[in-house]
Design a protein. Structure first.
Length: 301
């Protein structure tokens, strides 16, 4: 066998790269790192575990028995939760929460995307000043606006309706999502707008036929955050809703402590667990779009 043939065989053979053995110090750091992650996971999941176990404890044991493991298991708390409250069935409270959350999602997607398109793609006098005002509202605490907003809605005679809870979503008052849409639009090449304009498309056609499909990751991201935020909102319903048949689930949970001056902690824990189910399912269905929306910074290709 010639030297050339030997070289060819050596080149054809796959190279086997040995795996470097980790030192004792590296293994110790890895074990310590994983232990810290497990400890963090326990801290994060413990409240959910406590709610789960408290929902099957007798009402008296929830406060007196601090152990997370129930000594007595009862399903009366879930029976109390499914019965509703003050004669109002459980499905009514779920429906109220769903209506508020769905309208909030629609309002945020429609208003914030259109506002972002106007501020991010159009040229008109005062555009930069308007964008600065929108960003400045992020620095304004929401509590500052509670009293002025309540006085306005009281004068309009819309208190005790869902109107005050959703109207702001249709007016693009959430500057965070406007800013998020603008940042996403900045990653879309302007050549798409110019090509569509040459073909005779107006701003309406450009937005709905070109921009809106490309904004899908941002739309899903804003929808998830808006749905979860509206579903868990407590302050708004506490201020504006007074009749129990109009309560969403967070407002209902607070009512378990005011019924006949007796605190039904077991029913409240069971209702808390039930109210988490739609949010968890919603997140699991759309989580891949959420990750894509956060990671995407422009249009590839």
């Amino acid at each position: 066998m010639t030297a050339a043939t030997t070289a060819e065989h050596a080149a054809a053979e796959p190279r086997v790269v040995g795996r470097r053995q980790r030192t004792g110090a590296e293994r110790g750091k890895s074990v310590l790192w994983h232990l810290c992650l497990l400890a963090s996971l326990v801290v994060v999941l413990y409240p959910a575990f406590w709610v789960l176990t408290a929902s099957i404890k007798p009402n008296a044991d929830i406060i007196t028995d601090l152990s997370p493991i129930p000594t007595t298991v009862t399903w009366e708390n879930f029976a109390s939760a499914f019965d509703g409250l003050a004669g109002v069935p459980l499905w009514r409270f779920f429906w109220n929460s769903f209506v508020i959350a769905a309208l909030s999602v629609v309002g945020i997607v429609v208003s914030c995307s259109i506002t972002a398109y106007a501020l991010g793609r159009l040229e008109f006098p005062g555009r930069k000043a308007m964008f600065a005002v929108v960003i400045a509202t992020l620095l304004l605490p929401g509590q500052v606006m509670l009293i002025p907003q309540y006085l306005i809605f009281s004068e309009l005679d819309v208190v005790n309706t869902i109107f005050p809870l959703v109207i702001g979503k249709f007016l693009a008052l959430d500057a965070f999502f406007v800013f998020m849409y603008i940042q996403f639009l900045r990653g879309i090449p302007r050549e798409l707008d110019q090509a569509a304009t040459i073909d005779g498309a107006g701003h309406f056609r450009i937005f709905f036929s070109i921009m809106l499909p490309l904004l899908r990751p941002a739309i899903v991201t804003s929808s998830i955050f808006t749905f979860i935020g509206s579903w868990n909102d407590f302050m708004g319903p506490l201020i504006y809703l007074h009749e129990i048949e109009k309560f969403p689930l967070p407002r209902l949970l607070q009512s378990y402590n005011n019924t006949e001056a007796v605190s039904n902690y077991g029913g409240m824990m069971a209702m808390t667990l039930l109210s988490l189910v739609p949010v968890v399912l919603f997140f699991l269905v759309f989580q891949k779009f959420l990750i894509k929306g956060i990671a995407t910074s422009g249009v590839k290709g």
